[in-house]
Design a protein around this ligand. Structure first.
Ligand code: NDP
Length: 372
C-alpha cells in the first residue's frame, strides 16, 4: 500500500528514519535515485552531548553515508542514554580526559566537536593528534590565530578538518548562488544580513566570555559574516563596526550584545549586517544586483528556509540540514568531493579573521582592512 515505506524498509532503514523522512526529502530523493548504498560509511563520534549535538545525532539517523558510532562526554548519565538510544557500544565511549585513546579505536573515523566555542581549539588539536578526521562546530575557534593552528595541526596529522557550515548545502541558498554565478542578478551591489535572537538564561555559557569567546558575534553574527561572503561571492576588503549595549549586567565586558557591521568588496559591492542577542525575528538575507534580487527569510535557521528572487518564489526541496551536511561531509572525506561553498578549516579561518577585524573596528572606531 505505502510503496515508499516498503521501499525504504526493503533497504533496511530504521523506524526512526521512517519517522524523519517526511521532513527529509533530500535524503529520500537520494535514496530513491541511488538505490542501495554499498560505499564507505563515515563512522562518527560526537563530542559534547548538548542541544546541538542531540540535533545532529537525530539527523544522522537518516544518513546512508555517515553513522553515529561513538560519544565523548563529561556526563556519564548522558553517555548511558545515548548508548541505549543510538546503540553505541561501550568501547566507543570516552570522556574529556581519556579521548586521546581514540587513536587506538579502528571503528571511529571522525570526531564531531560540538562543545562550547572556547574548547574547540584544544579539542580539535587532540583529535587531530589521535589521527582522526575532525568536524568542528562554528565558530571554529575564538580567533584567527587559533584557527591557523588548528588547520596546521590537521594538515600535519594528515586528517581533514571540516566545519559545520550547514547552510553551504541548503538547496535554496545554493540556487541563489547558482543564479548569481550565472549572472542572473547582474553586478552585485548590496547584501544585508540580519542575524539574532534574544539570549535568555544569563548563566548560560554563551554569555560567559571564557567559554564563548565573545557574544552574539561568535554565535549568530558569524552567519551574517559567512553569508555575506557566499551570497556576494567575493571576500570583503574592509570592515567597519559599531557596538550597542543596553544591558551591561547580562552582557558583561567582552560579551557583545549587538554589533552592526559593514563590509566593502573588491567589486564595489557593500554589505550591512546586524548581529544581536537582544532581538527576535532576525533571520534575513537580502542580496541586490543590477538586474535582480534575492531574499531569504528565514535564511539560516533550521528551516524550512524560505525565499524568493525577482523571478519568483524559491521552491527547491526542503531538507534536514544536518543530514545533508553529514552525507556531504562523508563524501568530502572519502572521495575528496568539492562542495560548492568550501567548509574546510581555511574557510573558517576567513570568518575568524573577519571577527577579529570586527572586534578591532568596534574598539578603535576605525575602518579595518582585510586580506583573506
Ligand atoms: P550546549 O550547551 O547545549 O551543549 C554543549 C555541550 O558541550 C554540553 O552539553 C556538554 O556536553 C559539553 N561541554 C563540555 N564542557 C562544557 C562546559 N564547560 N560547559 C558547558 N558545556 C560543556 O551548547 P550547543 O549544543 O548549543 O552548542 C555547542 C556548539 O555548537 C557551539 O560551538 C555552538 O556555536 C554550536 N552550534 C551550532 C549550531 C549550528 O546550527 N551549526 C547550532 C547550535 C550550536 P557533555 O555533558 O556531553 O560533556
Amino acid at each position: 500500500m505505502n510503496t515508499r515505506r516498503n521501499f525504504l524498509q526493503n533497504l533496511g532503514l530504521s523506524t526512526l528514519m521512517l519517522q524523519l523522512t517526511p521532513l527529509n526529502s533530500w535524503a529520500e530523493s537520494n535514496i530513491l535515485t541511488n538505490e542501495r548504498y554499498d560505499g564507505p560509511v563515515l563512522r562518527v563520534a560526537i563530542m559534547g552531548l548538548g542541544s546541538y549535538g542531540s540535533r545532529v545525532a537525530d539527523a544522522m539517523q537518516a544518513c546512508t553515508r555517515a553513522k553515529l558510532v561513538g560519544v565523548i562526554s563529561g556526563t556519564p548519565s548522558k553517555i548511558k542514554d545515548w548508548q541505549s538510544k543510538y546503540n553505541i557500544p561501550e568501547k566507543n565511549c570516552y570522556n574529556y580526559q581519556n579521548f586521546d585513546q581514540i587513536r587506538n579505536n579502528p571503528n571511529i573515523d571522525a570526531v564531531y566537536v560540538i562543545t562550547p566555542n572556547a574548547l574547540h581549539h584544544n579539542q580539535v588539536l587532540r583529535v587531530a593528534k589521535a589521527g582522526k578526521h575532525v568536524i568542528c562546530e562554528k565558530p571554529m575557534a575564538l580567533n584567527a590565530k587559533e584557527g591557523h593552528e588548528m588547520v596546521d595541526a590537521c594538515k600535519k596529522a594528515k586528517v581533514k578538518l571540516l566545519v559545520g557550515y550547514r547552510m553551504h548545502f541548503e538547496p535554496r541558498t545554493l540556487e541563489i548562488i547558482r543564479m548569481r554565478n550565472a549572472g542572473e542578478f547582474g553586478r552585485i551591489l548590496f547584501f544585508q544580513g540580519l542575524c539574532g535572537f534574544r539570549a535568555g538564561d544569563p548563566a548560560q555559557w554563551r554569555l560567559n566570555k571564557q567559554l564563548a569567546g565573545g557574544g552574539s558575534m561568535m554565535d549568530i553574527g558569524i552567519y551574517a559574516i559567512n553569508g555575506a561572503r557566499y551570497m556576494v561571492g567575493e571576500e570583503p576588503v574592509w570592515v567597519t563596526a559599531q557596538e550597542t549595549k543596553t544591558d551591561p549586567i547580562k552582557f558583561k565586558e567582552g560579551v557583545d550584545e549587538t554589533i552592526q557591521f559593514q563590509f566593502g568588496f573588491p567589486s564595489g559591492a557593500t554589505a550591512s549586517c546586524l548581529s544581536t542577542y537582544n532581538m527576535n525575528n532576525l533571520d534575513k538575507f537580502f542580496l541586490n544586483g543590477e538586474k535582480g534580487f534575492a531574499e531569504l527569510q528565514p535564511s539560516t535557521g533550521y528551516g524550512p528556509i524560505q525565499g524568493k528572487t525577482h523571478k519568483g518564489a524559491l521552491n527547491q526541496p526542503i531538507t534536514v540540514h544536518q543530514t545533508v551536511q553529514m552525507e556531504e561531509m562523508a563524501q568530502i572525506i572519502f572521495e575528496n568531493k568539492k562542495p560548492i561553498v568550501p567548509i574546510d578549516g581555511e574557510e573558517a579561518v576567513k570568518d575568524l579573521k573577519i571577527i577579529d577585524a570586527i572586534y578591532l573596528a568596534v574598539k578603535t572606531g576605525n575602518k579595518v582592512g582585510l586580506k583573506l
